[in-house]
Design a protein around this ligand. Structure first.
Ligand code: TYD
Length: 141
C-alpha cells in the first residue's frame, strides 16, 4: 500500500460529575492545523454522502452524536469504520476515496479539514480516481 488509508484518533475525555468534555487541538490531537469545520446532520440510513477523494485536503471525522459508517478505499484496499463515540476521530489523508452512510437519526458528523473549501480539488468520478491511483501505483513498481 502506498499511502495510509486512515488512522483512528482518541481524544482526551475530561468528563467529570458535571458531564463530558472532549478536546481536540489542531496539530496536537489533530494531525494538521484546522482551517475549516463543517457538520452533517439530518441524513438517514438511505443516504450515501461523500463519494469523492480530495487532492489536497485532509480530514478528521467525529460523530459527536449518533453513529455513521465510513467506507474508505484507495481503489484497491477497502475498509469500513463505524463512528459512534464522541471521543474518537477518523483521520483521512489526501487522495483517499470516502463514502459516509448508515446515519442514525440523531447522527451529527463533525468534520475538521486542513484546507479552506475549493470545489476544484474534488475527484468525484470513481472510475477516473481508480485509474489515477492505478497509474500512480504502477509508477512506484
Ligand atoms: P458535498 O461535497 O456534496 O457534501 P458531502 O461530501 O458531505 O456529501 O457538499 C454539499 C454542498 O456543500 C456542495 O454544494 C458543496 C458545498 N460545500 C461548501 O460550500 N463548503 C464545504 O466546506 C463543503 C464540505 C461543501
Amino acid at each position: 500500500m502506498i499511502r495510509e488509508l486512515y488512522r483512528k484518533l482518541q481524544f482526551p475525555d475530561l468528563g467529570d460529575e458535571r458531564g463530558k468534555l472532549v478536546v481536540a487541538e489542531g496539530e496536537i490531537d489533530i494531525p494538521f492545523p484546522i482551517k475549516r469545520v463543517f457538520y452533517i446532520y439530518g441524513s438517514d440510513d438511505s443516504v450515501v454522502r461523500g463519494q469523492h477523494a480530495n487532492r489536497n485536503s485532509e480530514f478528521v471525522l467525529i460523530n459527536v452524536a449518533g453513529s455513521s459508517k465510513v467506507m474508505i478505499t484507495d481503489g484497491e484496499n477497502r475498509e469500513i469504520v463505524t463512528l459512534s463515540r464522541p471521543m474518537e476521530g477518523l483521520y483521512i489523508p489526501k487522495m483517499v476515496w470516502k463514502e459516509m452512510y448508515d446515519f442514525s437519526p440523531d447522527s451529527v458528523l463533525l468534520v475538521l479539514a486542513s484546507t479552506h473549501y475549493d470545489g476544484s480539488e474534488y475527484l468525484r468520478d470513481y472510475d477516473e480516481y481508480r485509474e489515477m491511483m492505478k497509474r500512480e501505483m504502477e509508477s512506484f513498481e
